[in-house]
Design a binder for this molecule. Structure first.
Ligand SMILES: Nc1ncnc2c1ncn2[C@@H]1O[C@H](COP(=O)(O)OP(=O)(O)OP(=O)(O)O)[C@@H](O)[C@H]1O
Length: 692
């Protein structure tokens, strides 16, 4: 029920045909709403959500027209009426197929009224539910607010229609039980929820029928949406039909107790069952989190889940009889006034809405405040007006009918109650976050293990490479060392060969000097190799030691070379000395050869003289010569016997002076061989003694 400028309907009393069209249009809409909820298809509801995720876009703000639908139900005559009115016809005549009700004015005149449904005294509880409440229940399941309300005179069957539990006879179950049965059958327990509050409004006080101590509940109104709520009311989640029936029974018991305590009747209070249906919208604009999606994908496709919150309000109004006729007094009078206040306020609001009045007195009573969404608001509302057949209560019946007729003109704008479920999203995100944290920790651990494994493997490889490198370096060093030693050895061998070739007089020192001269020449390539080693050293640090060793060796060799050169110089001076001695010998030899030549010439001279002597002998002087020669020869023979005595030399020299050179030389050619031999010896001795 909307306040001024709030929820309006566009129907007017004089526009009955228009109302009918709207009704038909609404009925058409109703058929779509009756269909099973198809959340995956926005078209199914013909509604859109706006970008903020709250209810409604531009089109939704306008809502879907939905006139208040009104059914009239006639209670059968009760026992009292059967007796009291036995001679009288019912005050109403129903034409259910025409959806018409004829109210007798008198025996010859009737007023005809059309309703959305006309339910005779034979209408079953099931049929009543289906035509009155089921469309509303289905709308609630689709995410709309819905109201099912019973209005009528006391004892006409409001509670019978709405609140019968039907525990003994299930066919007698009323709208509340059947509605919950349908709702519970429709929702999915995993994602949806149903919770109920049960209240009564008595003398402008809202009491909690599920908690009697909670007897003054405040009404909260959302200034933006106009939604009405009772946050102080007990809200019980319903899992199954049995528990709901138990809850209803408990509520009825508390209602009975409260009314007994107040010395009143149940019909003096308005009972209100509020059923909150929260349904999760699957497959459309819901969060796209999944077990397998990764975090980045999750963030990109993240949307909060959408829930639809429909609220079904079932209102069993107090009896609508007039105060003057009820004969109330005292407290009962105040009570009746209070009831009338709320009912009349409701009637005024409905009138205002029906007449498209500028002012709708919603705030005149708590009842109208509680029902502001049901009349002229966003809820789908179905009203059943209950009447009795007794002509004695024709006035109340007429009043009730007129209330229904006015209510039929109230146009609501149905709005789906959809919103993002941030709480659910938060819970799911927390779960997802926990999973991600666990996964992250697992991956972190795996990463650290992998890093450690790679590090160990790398260290092993580095160690192995270092070992291989050191081995290669050592091999290289040994190879160079071996090459170097072989080069030295070859040089030494070559040196030895050269020495043998050029003579053996050079000393060992010279050999070594020469070796080292050549070794030095060999050192150059070694040094070159050392330079290469030095280059390698830059790359291979350990090669430095080899190079150092090589350089030390070279330096050592150089110092040896210097030393050997010194030795060679000393050898050279010795050679010079020997060469001098050799030259002296040669000179002495030449002198001897010259002396021999002189002796030979003297020998020739002697030969000549000998010839001369012979000739003299031939001429007679031979006795004297021979005598001297004999003496001389005997002396020679004698000297030959005592060969090497110094005294002999002196005697030969004396003989030489006596005989004379010429005679001695002549004996060299004597016929007597012995004489010649002695003569030669004498001459030789004489020459040795320098006698010539
Ligand atoms: N359609 C019906 N068929 C048979 N019995 C009915 C029917 N409607 C009502 N009754 C009977 O009429 C009596 C009164 O009904 P009910 O209590 O539901 O009236 P009410 O309008 O709720 O009265 P109140 O305003 O005092 O609460 C009950 O005994 C009930 O069983």
């Amino acid at each position: 029920m909307a306040a001024s400028g709030g929820y309006r309907n566009g129907t007017h009393k004089g526009n009955m045909k228009v109302d009918r069209l709207v009704s038909l249009s609404s009925a058409t809409k109703s058929s779509s709403l009756k269909s099973k909820p198809s959340p995956a298809s926005p078209a199914s509801s013909g509604l859109r959500r706006n970008s903020t995720g709250s209810v409604g876009g531009a089109k939704d703000d306008a809502g879907v027209p939905g006139r208040v639908r009104v059914a009239v139900r006639l209670r059968p005559r009760n026992a009292e009426e059967s007796v009291a009115d036995a001679d009288f016809a019912d005050c109403v005549e129903l034409q259910p197929e025409l959806k018409r009700l004829k109210l007798r004015k008198n025996n010859w005149d009737t007023d005809t009224y059309e309703f959305d449904e006309v339910l005779t005294e034979f209408a079953s509880q099931k049929r009543v539910y289906e035509v009155v409440a089921k469309p509303v229940v289905e709308s609630v399941l689709d995410g709309y607010n819905g109201t099912v309300m019973a209005y009528g005179q006391t004892g006409t069957g409001k509670t019978y229609t709405l609140g019968r539990l039907g525990e003994e006879d299930t066919a007698a179950r009323g709208i509340m039980v059947r509605a919950l049965e349908d709702i519970l059958a429709e929702i999915s327990p995993e994602t949806d929820s149903v919770s109920v509050s049960y209240l009564q409004l008595y003398m402008e006080t809202i009491q909690d029928l599920l908690d009697p101590t909670n007897d003054n509940i405040s009404i909260m109104e959302d200034p933006k949406t106009g939604d009405v709520s009772l946050p102080g009311a007990t809200l019980v989640e319903i899992r199954d039909q049995r528990s709901f029936v138990e809850l209803l029974r408990l509520g009825e018991a508390h209602r009975f107790a409260a009314n007994t305590k107040l010395n009143t009747e149940s019909s003096r209070s308005h009972a209100m069952l509020m059923v909150h249906v929260k349904r999760s919208v699957k497959g459309r604009d819901s969060v796209l989190l999944s077990e397998n999606c990764n975090s980045s994908h999750m963030v990109k496709t993240f949307k909060p889940p959408v829930v639809r919150k429909g609220k079904l309000v079932v209102v069993d109004l107090a009896g609508s009889e007039r105060i003057d006729k009820s004969g109330s007094e005292g407290h009962t009078l105040e009570e009746a006034k209070s009831i009338n206040l709320s009912l009349s306020a409701l009637g005024k609001c409905i009138n205002a809405l029906a007449e498209n009045s500028a002012h709708v007195p919603v705030r005149d009573s708590k009842l109208t405040r509680l029902l502001r969404d049901s009349f002229g608001g966003t809820a789908r509302t179905s009203l059943v007006v209950t009447i009795g057949p007794s002509p004695r209560h024709r006035g109340e019946t007429s009043s009730t009918i007129m209330f229904g007729q006015r209510a039929m003109k109230v146009e609501n704008m149905l709005k789906i109650k959809e919103e993002f479920d941030y709480k659910s999203l938060s819970r799911r995100l927390e779960i997802q976050l926990d999973k991600l944290i666990v996964e992250h920790e697992r991956q972190q651990k795996a990463f650290e293990d992998e890093v450690e494994r790679i590090t160990v493997e790398a260290q092993n490889r580095i160690s192995e490479t270092e070992r291989n490198y050191a081995d290669a370096l050592e091999k290289e060093r040994l190879k160079y060392q071996e090459d170097y030693m072989q080069s030295i050895k070859k040089l030494e061998e070559q040196w030895v060969m050269n020495q043998r070739k050029h003579g053996s007089e050079r000393t060992t020192f010279e050999l070594k000097d020469d070796n080292f001269d050549k070794a030095l020449n060999r050192v150059v390539p070694v040094a070159s190799a050392a330079e290469e080693i030095s280059e390698l050293k830059k790359l291979l640090q350990n090669e430095a030691s080899l190079r150092t060793a090589t350089e030390e060796e070279v330096n050592n060799l150089k110092s040896q070379v210097v030393q050997w050169k010194r030795i060679e110089a000393a050898g050279n001076s010795e050679i010079l000395k020997l060469r001098k001695m050799l030259e002296d010998e040669a000179h002495q030899k030449e002198k001897l050869e010259e002396e021999i030549a002189i002796l030979q010439s003297q020998l020739l001279q002697l030969s000549f003289e000998a010839d001369e002597t012979r000739r003299q002998l031939d001429r007679g002087e031979s006795g004297k010569v021979l005598g001297n020669l004999d003496s001389f020869v005997s002396q020679i023979r004698h000297s030959q016997l005592s060969d090497s005595g110094n005294g002999d030399k002196a005697s030969i020299a004396k003989l030489f002076e006596q005989v004379g050179l010429q005679k001695i030389l002549s004996l060299l050619e004597a016929e007597d061989a012995d004489v010649r031999i002695h003569a030669v010896k004498v001459v030789a001795n004489l020459a040795a003694e320098g006698a010539f």
